[in-house]
Write a protein that binds this ligand. Structure first.
Ligand SMILES: Cc1cc2nc3c(=O)[nH]c(=O)nc-3n(C[C@H](O)[C@H](O)[C@H](O)COP(=O)(O)OP(=O)(O)OC[C@H]3O[C@@H](n4cnc5c(N)ncnc54)[C@H](O)[C@@H]3O)c2cc1C
Length: 648
């Protein structure tokens, strides 16, 4: 026997690697916290997925392609439903391998049955991994009766989805870049009944309803129904929900689908499910843990890549073992070197794809990232380099990315080149705004009294708010590294708009949508802060605490003093979302003035909570956490609940 392996998570990625490593002689224990990992949460729920040629090729490598073909529906292409009722079918080119629609449950069941058919696989379902105990080369487990134990393994693979516990252990090392956040988009699921004839729409297509501010995607199922996902911004949905207007909107904009939606009342009552986005700079710790699938790169589902890249990861990990005589350390290293840039690229490409699903596609289709991925089989990394100007595989992308549209719409001849050394002030808050900055290389730090402090990396645009608002600069920008780019004066921009309105419109639209995007990011209702305050004598203990819950903290917007922020950045490499003055200098009055509700107050050893803050916390039912251990437990529960919501 080659070694005892724990695979945490029996979703598509976990079941695949478990079976394939067992075939190679490893004794594999396949854990899942659910009794039946293939069963969807929620009665009658069936999430449909599109398997692309990438996922199908991975399945072929373990001999499952025929079984999957029998259980899935071939898709000719994508059918776009215009608001006026026309349907435009974009078919895959002749001869191309076609995508297939499959229920997530059927896919996972097929993979689990195959994996459990290997004599070397032991199913440990109903058992959750609580934590990886790296120093003991063991994992802490909780079984179905609640008993907790620690069990040693030779190595551990984390395929435990977007709230991965294995990843939490890997990113405890502050050298591993890590970012997790919730997309401003969320989704609802609904089933559209077949209608009078068996199939109301083209049965061999993914159906898309682009509606400007939201979209719906539907997959055909064998019973003739369509499993649909409605994607909307959280803030828009909350408003529609609160005003009771969601039903009217859906009835008037989805005329060919909404009347046949099952349980419409339940759909209208439901909350949008969150879409977590996870980016990790390294996927292993040397020779004990590695992660793959959603655990390594949870992406929004806007390009239908999640399960395909997860299966491809699994295939790549197995290939790395084969190429290195089943030796763990070189296999992990080769696997991560190949897949990390692809995971980051998949996140970046998928996030941008939401914009493409809001509008009807152009009549003459242009080269697209989706075709390059699905039909040409290019790697995610190569596609990102081709379609996103200046793309680099990096975890931190705090700024709303500049889309390729800006490079296309900005008249290069109007840009005045500039260069700046690290430390140089590029923009001063309060000054009269005179120009836009198009940063092509380098990193800048933005400081603002109201928005806190953020780091932006090129390519990025600064100064668009000044042009629209005619106001003074809302923030200062300091070059953190040497920087290079172009300045576009507002005077030139105005002249360009007057002289060539038809060319300028693209640029103006782009700047407008960028401003909206940024304002929404800042004032997103879910962006409530976790406030951390601690007396200086606790700062040493804070370091250990920050490391132990780094994964959980990194997923949350944190507001803290500069001192605590410095520790957070140094120890855990987490950027606070907002820096506030110390309590003694009115820090919390400052927070209150922002009117942003706190998600939790970590009030470590700071004496009494000021009465006015206590009143606000009580009124908003904000948890006040007074000790480090209690806070760690609170964040860990939050993290688990988040994971369950992601799967639900
Ligand atoms: C609405 C929606 C639509 C989508 N559409 C598509 C699509 O069209 N095409 C596509 O390719 N992808 C799509 N996806 C994404 C796809 O579902 C995921 O990317 C894919 O399931 C990831 O597989 P995985 O094996 O990495 O993780 P998961 O499928 O998330 O499996 C993780 C498993 O780990 C288990 N687990 C978690 N924590 C623990 C723990 N601590 N201990 C033990 N077990 C644990 C869970 O119970 C689960 O079974 C969609 C996702 C959503 C939400």
């Amino acid at each position: 026997m080659k070694g005892k392996v724990a695979v945490v998570g029996a979703g598509p990625a976990g079941a695949f690697v478990a079976g394939a490593l067992a075939e190679r002689g490893f004794a594999v224990h396949l854990f899942d916290r659910r009794e039946k990992p293939w069963e969807e949460r929620g009665e009658g729920r069936t999430v449909a997925l599109s398997l692309s040629p990438r996922g199908l090729t991975a399945l072929e490598s373990i001999g499952l392609r025929p079984a999957i073909s029998e259980r899935s529906i071939e898709l000719l292409g994508r059918a776009f439903h215009a608001p006026e009722g026309d349907v435009r079918l974009l078919a895959a080119p002749p001869g191309a391998v076609r995508n297939r629609a499959i229920s997530r449950s059927v896919l996972t069941r097929t993979l689990c049955d195959w994996a459990l058919g290997q004599p070397e696989v032991t199913a440990r379902f109903g058992t959750a991994c609580l934590e990886v105990l790296r120093s003991q080369r063991a994992i802490a487990l909780k079984n179905r009766s609640g008993a907790v134990s620690a069990e040693p393994f030779d190595f551990v693979l984390g395929a435990d989805g977007s709230a991965s516990e294995v990843r939490a252990a890997i990113v405890r090392a502050p050298t591993v870049d890590f970012g997790k956040r919730s997309s401003p988009w969320g989704y609802l699921e609904l089933t559209v009944e077949p209608g009078a004839s068996a199939f109301a729409y083209e049965p061999h297509a993914i159906h898309i309803w682009p509606r400007g501010s939201f979209f719906m995607v539907g997959f055909p199922a064998f019973d003739g129904s369509y499993k649909c996902t409605l994607v909307m911004r959280h803030d828009a949905h909350e408003e529609l929900h609160a005003t009771g207007m969601l039903g009217d909107l859906l009835a008037s904009t989805l005329e060919d689908a909404w009347p046949r939606a099952r349980d419409r009342e339940a759909v209208l009552r439901a909350r949008l499910a969150p879409i977590p986005i996870v980016r990790v700079g390294d996927w292993h710790d040397g020779d004990f843990m590695a992660i793959l699938g959603d655990a390594a790169h949870a992406t929004p589902p806007f390009m239908g890549q999640g399960v395909n890249i997860a299966l491809e990861d699994a295939q790549a990990l197995v290939r790395a073992f084969d190429e290195h005589d089943l030796a763990v350390r070189p296999a992990f290293r080769a696997f991560a070197a190949e897949r990390v840039p692809n995971g980051l690229a998949c996140c970046d490409l998928s996030e941008r794809a939401a914009q493409l699903l809001l509008r009807m596609p152009p009549k003459r289709p242009a080269p697209s990232p989706l075709a390059a991925l699905n039909q040409e089989g290019m790697s995610y990394e190569a596609v990102a380099r081709q379609f996103i100007p200046g793309w680099q595989p990096r975890v931190y992308a705090e700024a709303t990315p500049v889309s390729e549209e800006f490079a296309e719409v900005v008249p290069q001849e109007l840009l005045e080149p500039f260069e700046a050394e690290a430390g140089e002030l590029l923009v001063r808050e309060g000054e009269t705004a005179q120009d836009l900055l198009y940063l092509l290389a380098g990193t800048v730090r933005i400081f603002s009294a109201t928005l806190g402090e953020v780091r932006l990396r090129a390519p990025v645009i600064l100064g668009e708010v000044g042009w629209f608002g005619g106001a003074s600069r809302t923030a200062s920008a300091v070059a953190e590294t040497s920087c290079r780019g172009g300045r576009l004066s507002y005077a030139r921009l105005d002249a360009f708009c007057a002289a060539e309105p038809s060319r300028a419109i693209g640029l103006v639209k782009h700047l407008a949508s960028l401003s909206v995007e940024r304002l929404k990011d800042h004032f997103h209702p879910r962006a409530s802060y976790v406030v951390i305050a601690a007396y200086a004598d606790l700062h040493d203990a804070l370091e250990g605490w920050m490391l132990s819950c780094r994964e959980h903290l990194a997923a949350l917007p944190i507001a803290c003093t500069a001192e605590v922020g410095e520790i957070l950045l140094r120890v855990a490499n987490i950027q606070p979302a907002r820096v506030i003055p110390p309590v003694a200098r009115g820090g919390y009055a400052h927070l209150r003035a922002l009117k942003t509700p706190a998600q939790a107050l970590c009030w470590f050893r700071v004496e009494a909570l000021p009465p006015e803050l206590r009143q606000v916390a009580d009124a908003r039912k904000t948890p006040v956490l007074r000790d480090l251990e209690g806070a760690r437990a609170y964040f860990s529960d939050l993290h688990r609940a988040d994971g369950e919501a992601g799967e639900a």
